[in-house]
Write a protein that binds this ligand. Structure first.
Ligand code: PMP
Length: 521
């Protein structure tokens, strides 16, 4: 049986068929540096880089050495619930690269989605506790008011039509409880349009132990509120609009006034500085400036998702530090992908010390999180990025510029086919136009958004170059709606000038074929 047959039968049939139709159903059996090797002997230059993982290239020898020597020393991988020395070392290293005067507690996990999950869960807990405290305080104010009036027989004038003190108290009590429940039922997380933060749902809902579940029930009904890239001020409005309002009585003379305490239901704002899965879209610097400017007054935590942009992909460990967001001390930073050097699966959620909930380290755990092996490999990966005065990180920007400029030149030469070229560091997107003026074949592929996959197929088949587009382009979309067709170029930092040249010149070949409507080639 072929591996393709087995993959089809036992893993992902639909994906397998689509890959097969595009001749992308390769079986890579070896990977080294910038290359992947197929089982039929092809050496392929990898410009996908594990969707952002392999900034150090595949199987970096220093990382292999670190991993094998660690394993040969019979490292204690399964010593859960003990003092994890290498996790502590990695957490310390991750803190060293942050210079905003804060320390961060680091919660380790196994993947990007899990590290986002930890940030959201923590933010929810902190916000929920705050809303609950305020609700309880307001309830106390209401009760104290009621008993004082009752006990002392104070003559009061209730607001509006109200004339019965008990009804008045019960109405306010019920109203406040509803408001409190409205937060529990629909907490909000704000984000930017086009964002991507992972795909897991919540197994916590079906976890029976109440201590783990308690207080987190509302997490499964989170609502998202998205903000346009060019309207960061909208975030302020959303925070203000989506709020719980608690009412409490204040006695002014003999008159009872109703005062309001407003607490937003928006528990956090999450963003990437350059959106990867959303189509390689850098958030405009002006937007980042505005977001930095309102961060303090919003009083909601920012979760900076650096899962794809961090650990070298944009030329630094934390890419937000090269933007206007540097002026803030983000409450949360999430990392994964390149953190494990492409060898180990690891995610990290950095939580600013001053907001850290002490129970979180007990409430939120995972069997494989915090093992010494992955921590050691991650420390080594960070060390390699920083070695020789950050030689590799600097190279990311140098090679990235060459790629970006090369594709921008192609865009000028083929404006009808290349719609946009954008990105930063080694995270570059080449967006193709829907090709409305081309032959029926190219028109159809352009309209369905699979043109980028077709280009990827050609480059692999004829030039042994691996590029990919987001997989969603291969799903059925809304009929009639043009879908974004984008190629993601995310090679390792070690990508050479010759390999960049080879990519650009083979791209020209594809563009010429499309330009001449030569779909038979
Ligand atoms: N956040 C961002 C910004 C990502 O790019 C990704 C993965 N593409 C994730 C979260 C989720 O990571 P994972 O696939 O490891 O769950």
């Amino acid at each position: 049986m072929s591996v393709q047959h087995n993959y089809n039968n036992f893993c992902k049939p639909k994906l397998n068929k689509l890959l097969s139709a595009l001749k992308l159903d390769k079986n890579y059996i070896k990977a080294e540096g910038n290359y992947l090797y197929t089982d039929d002997g092809k050496k392929v230059v990898d410009f996908v880089g594990g969707f952002g993982v392999s900034i150090l290239g595949h199987n970096h020898p220093e990382l292999i050495k670190e991993m094998t020597t660690t394993l040969q020393s019979n490292v204690a991988i399964n010593s859960q619930c003990s003092v994890r020395s290498e996790s502590a070392n990695l957490a310390m290293v991750l803190n060293e690269y942050i210079d905003n005067g804060h320390n961060y507690k680091v919660n380790f996990s196994n993947s990007g989605a899990e590290s986002v999950e930890a940030a959201i869960k923590h933010a929810y807990k902190v916000h929920f506790d705050k809303v609950r405290r305020e609700y309880e305080r307001i309830t106390r104010i209401l009760n104290d008011f009621y008993y004082k009036v009752e006990r002392e027989g104070i003559e009061i004038e209730l607001p509006g039509e109200e004339n019965d003190l008990i009804d008045f108290r019960n109405d306010l009590d019920e109203y406040n409880l509803n408001q409190f429940e409205s937060f529990q039922k629909s907490p909000v997380i704000a984000g930017l349009k086009g964002s991507y933060h992972g795909k897991t749902c919540s197994p916590l809902k079906v976890t029976f132990n109440k201590s783990y579940r308690e207080g987190f029930e509302g997490l499964s009904s989170i609502q998202a509120a998205f903000v346009d890239h060019d309207k960061p001020q909208r975030l302020k409005e959303i925070v203000n609009e989506l709020a719980c309002e608690f009412y409490y009585p204040v006695l002014v003379g003999s008159k009872v006034e109703i005062h309001t305490l407003k607490i937003t239901r928006v528990m956090a704002f999450i963003m990437e500085v350059l959106q990867g899965e959303g189509g390689i879209k850098p958030v405009p610097e002006k937007t980042l400036e505005q977001l930095a400017a309102i961060h303090g007054e919003l009083k909601i935590p920012f979760i900076l998702d650096e899962i794809q942009t961090g650990c070298g992909r944009l030329g630094s460990i934390y890419s937000y530090q090269d933007t206007a967001l540097k002026s803030i001390a983000p409450e949360y930073i999430t990392l994964s992908k390149a953190l494990g050097g492409g060898l180990v699966k690891i995610g990290a959620t950095l939580i600013r010390d001053d907001i850290y909930d002490q129970d979180f380290g007990i409430l939120h755990t995972s069997t494989f999180a915090e093992d010494d092996l992955s921590s050691k490999v991650a420390i080594k990966a960070l060390e390699l990025l920083k070695a020789n005065d950050s030689e590799l990180l600097k190279r990311v920007n140098v090679q990235g510029e060459k790629l970006l400029n090369g594709f921008k030149e192609l865009q000028q030469r083929y404006p009808e086919i290349i719609k946009n070229v954008r990105g930063k560091g080694l995270m570059i997107g080449v967006e193709l136009t829907p090709l409305l003026t081309r032959s029926p074949f190219f028109r159809a592929t352009g309209k369905q958004g699979v043109l980028s996959m077709l280009v990827a197929s050609y480059l692999l088949e004829y030039h042994n170059i691996r590029l990919l587009a987001p997989l969603t382009t291969m799903l059925k979309g809304n009929p009639g709606k043009n879908r974004m067709s984008i190629l993601r170029v995310q090679p390792p930092a070690t990508i050479t000038d010759e390999e960049i040249e080879a990519l650009l010149s083979s791209f020209v070949e594809v563009l010429d074929i499309i330009q001449s409507n030569n779909e038979y080639l």
